[in-house]
Ligand binder design. Sequence first.
Ligand code: SF4
Length: 360
Amino acid sequence: MDQQDITLQEAFFLYDAIPVQELLSLGNDIRFAKIPQSRVSWQIDRNINYTNVCISACKFCNFHCTLSQKDRSFTTGIEEYKSKIDQLLEAGGNQVLLQGGLHPHYGIEFYEDLLKSLKEYCPSLKLNALGPPEVSHIAKVSKLSIKETLERLRNAGLDSLPGAGAEILSDRVRKLISPGKPDTCSWLEVMEQAHKMGIGTTATMVYGHIETLEERIRHLFLLRDLQHKKPSGVPGFTAFIAWPMQVKGTLLEKTFPIGTISAVEHLKMIAISRIILYNIPHIQVSWLTIGKELAKIALHSGADDMGSIMMEENVVSSAGANHRINKEKMVKTIKEAGFVPWQRNQDYSPYNPGLQEGLS
Ligand code: SF4
């Protein structure tokens, strides 16, 4: 199948002017052209939040608090990490997704100590840690360049970078919903540097709030164009994940009229993402926000990956995402959709239970 960059006009045409079923079929055709096997990948990992203290105060976030909110704020201690890692290994997982707030006082040494301690405890553990806003923030607090920051984090044990904190890569939107967060250029700068250094990352988009369709499409173009720039032989963006913004009880809900995203719109976003991001290997379904039933249809609209069972997700869940899945349900859901479940590691290599040896 001939795959190439499409223009804004072509993207609008595909999204709005052709019948929905044709758009979904096109997404599905590109999926099978890239990944001919009828397998759907999935993973076991665990989110651990290192702190909820954050200076960003994004309007869609119910998770964060300020340093002065002593009754709410936390920083996770090493014993808690160990116990959570033990539970992860017992469940058959081998990766932790480390996420947290932009803490005003934590510099590079805090994160180096944390990553080193986790690797010391479990050398085989994979650390998918710190999205671009966190990396930018650490660099700023520690007066380091992005390259120096990533080098030090990698030397301390960082394996890959989640695509968190992208929301919509438009500074118009970011100024309104997350004015304290690093801007579009900063997000892209961290990812470009990570790719140059051979660190694999994912990419995300959170839509369905105050953005226009054009801003969504331009967000996808920014990702596609950055992926074109990655050096050959390095992973770059390994997967793209989009989900509808969860706003329950958030300041965003009180500030702007936010509608709900229909099932059809979500499926259209999956398909158009697959078409535009033909140079990113995997499109992941966000079962956490859309639920298992819609996820099954998304697997026929361009997606090929169900992501992780996500033991302990607190950030998106605190704004209303209430779907849950375990190992058995994940396998069952993929089979019910007509695919073969294929358990993987973060880098999309086949899952290797041997990686779990090494718990000290
Ligand atoms: S989404 Fe992240 S950066 Fe924004 S307020 Fe919440 S924790 Fe902070």
